[in-house]
Design a protein around this ligand. Structure first.
Ligand code: SF4
Length: 550
């Protein structure tokens, strides 16, 4: 195996042993590479099917699901990945046959990813072939640019899948994903062309986040300022992790009146901010912290846990039998809740019955936290915010969005938040917030000093807020705003968020706790020279640099 897609890549180079730092085995890592490789074959023929007018949405959806399945700590199960390879091969060949039948198949020499064939028993051997993995690209700069595009696509696919689950999808987005996947195999593209494609990936990242924002807000209402309870009450309960609000809605509907409470964990916390979920009295609040603390927190939760997306940590045996996955996620030994059939909801009855037999959660925290500052809520506070900036009560905003993780070096973010001057406000989204959302950072004239927009995709909200402020202050450039960017990344959804911000013209982003292993020195140089991206140093040094800026 060789995998360098996340912030925990071994020695900040790549995981290449029997298992990755995340716990993914080399077999699963190789199969995930083979899945991506096979999806390129699907893309090859589906591009032709588009021209012939015979492409089908089900193909696009298979590509989305496949990409999503390979993001960090979403799917650890070889059979689950192998099933998807088998399905991709079947779909690829059926599109090819339809093109033949229509006389529309291009007569050319096809690459191996479009022609290889095999059954379950062959997948492992095939997945070990060099041409399947990321190291097939020998030039490190080309590999780096291809990785930026591929990992951006993976993050994009995750967001697109959530939007799709709520009935929103975009043909242009699907077309781009296919083209970009094929571009990562195209040796004729120059480095400049690949850099342009990286930026185009960012453009589609913005589009997909906007689509998901529309999907979420049109169904569940706009997130609003909310005090979220973080203690517990004495009922059996289910803990929901991940990002999928459709799953969350269906679980709330099916648990209503059963005596089983529902709590959010980690990235699902922002579900508390949506008006549509507030009507459920048995939706109690949020339990615990960021994903990497799940071993302790799942233990003390006592009830079953549902993963709607990543981030799964290889579990302790003591709670393994009460963890369920659904959608693109899977882990050996966890129960899996099947996809919804057309027109029907998912069936959560097994996890609900399981919850009824287990004790209520053990309280690990008391009190409340505040969030819900997505673009609509902030726009409603705009007058107050603009006044505070004009009077100097707020000197700067710090976007500290992104991911949390288990590395000790991430203590930087708690320290940074605590060291920030009192006349600054943190704008956050994603699980990075858990590094400071329970600190008492106070408020500025009633505006909390930590404004949480929501999940990582709600970084889009932060960009909308920045655009709005640019308009209000009549500025020419988003970078003239008193907003600094100090982002924390972990997996591929953060990659698409970063590319989206670059596309929107945001400059001088600090990225940590380490720069991605997949950035070659030359590609890193391009990012530094064109966008001012840099790694974090020490809290003192970075704070001085940020505060010295006009
Ligand atoms: Fe390593 Fe991250 Fe890949 Fe897991 S996802 S194998 S930790 S680089």
């Amino acid at each position: 195996m060789f995998c360098h897609q996340c912030q925990e890549a071994l020695k900040n180079t790549g995981c290449n042993l029997a298992a990755g730092v995340c716990g993914k085995t080399s077999e699963v890592a190789n199969l995930q590479d083979l899945l991506i490789y096979t999806l390129k074959g699907v893309a090859e023929f589906n591009q032709q099917a588009r021209i012939a007018g015979i492409n089908q949405l089900k193909t696009d959806r298979i590509i989305l699901d496949g990409l999503f399945t390979t993001i960090t700590n979403a799917n650890f199960e070889d059979t689950s990945v192998a099933n998807r390879i088998e399905k991709a091969l079947e779909v690829r060949d059926s599109i090819k046959q339809e093109l033949v039948d229509k006389g529309a198949l291009k007569d050319k020499e096809y690459p191996d990813y479009a022609t290889w064939d095999g059954s379950f028993a062959d997948f492992e051997r095939k997945s070990e072939e060099k041409q399947v993995g990321i190291l097939a690209t020998e030039n490190e700069d080309v590999r780096s640019l291809r990785s930026l595009i591929l990992f951006g696509l993976k993050g994009m696919a995750a967001y697109a899948k959530h939007a799709l689950n709520l009935g929103h999808e975009g043909n242009e987005i699907y077309d781009f994903i296919e083209k970009a996947l094929l571009a990562t195999e195209d040796d004729s593209l120059s480095a400049d062309e690949l850099v342009s494609l990286v930026m185009e990936t960012g453009k589609y990242g913005v589009d997909v986040m906007a689509l998901l924002d529309k999907a979420n807000t049109s169904r569940f209402g706009h997130p609003e300022m909310t005090e979220v309870k973080i203690d517990t009450r004495n009922n059996p309960a289910i803990l929901v992790s991940g990002h999928d609000l459709k799953d969350f809605e269906e679980l709330l509907e099916q648990t209503e009146g059963t005596g089983v409470d529902v709590y959010t964990h980690s990235e699902m916390l922002p579900a508390n901010y949506y008006p549509a979920f507030k009507k459920y009295e048995h939706f109690y609040g949020n339990y615990g912290n960021a994903w990497w603390k799940q071993k302790e927190e799942f233990e003390s939760f006592n009830g079953p846990i549902l993963f709607t997306t990543n981030c799964i940590v290889p579990p302790k045996g003591s709670y393994k039998d009460r963890v369920y996955t659904t959608g693109s996620t899977a882990y050996p030994g966890f129960k899996h809740i099947s996809d919804r059939e057309d027109g029907k909801t998912k069936d959560f009855s097994e996890i609900i019955e399981h919850a009824k037999k287990l004790p209520a959660p053990t309280t690990i925290e008391e009190g409340t936290i505040v969030g819900g500052f997505a673009h609509n809520q902030v726009t409603q506070l705009a007058d107050k915010v603009v006044d505070a900036v004009k009077t100097g009560a707020i000197k700067k905003f710090f976007v500290m969005a992104g991911c949390d993780g288990r590395m000790k070096s991430r203590d930087y973010y708690s320290e940074f938040a605590q060291t920030l001057p009192q006349d600054t406000v943190i704008l956050t989204a994603g699980c990075a917030k858990y590094r400071y959302n329970k600190l008492s950072l106070g408020d500025i004239g009633g505006i909390p000093r930590v404004l949480d927009a929501g999940q990582c995709n709600d970084s889009y909200s932060l960009a909308v807020v920045a655009m709005k402020l640019k308009e209000i202050f009549e500025l020419n450039d988003i970078n003239e705003l008193p907003i600094e960017y100090n982002l924390a990344w972990y997996e591929q959804k953060a990659v698409i968020v970063l590319l989206a911000l670059l596309y929107l013209g945001v400059k001088d982003i600090k990225l940590g706790p380490t720069l991605p292993a997949f950035l070659s020195p030359n590609v890193a140089k391009v990012l530094v020279e064109n966008f001012g991206i840099s790694g974090i140093t020490t809290v003192e040094e970075d704070m001085d640099a940020f505060m010295a800026k006009a």
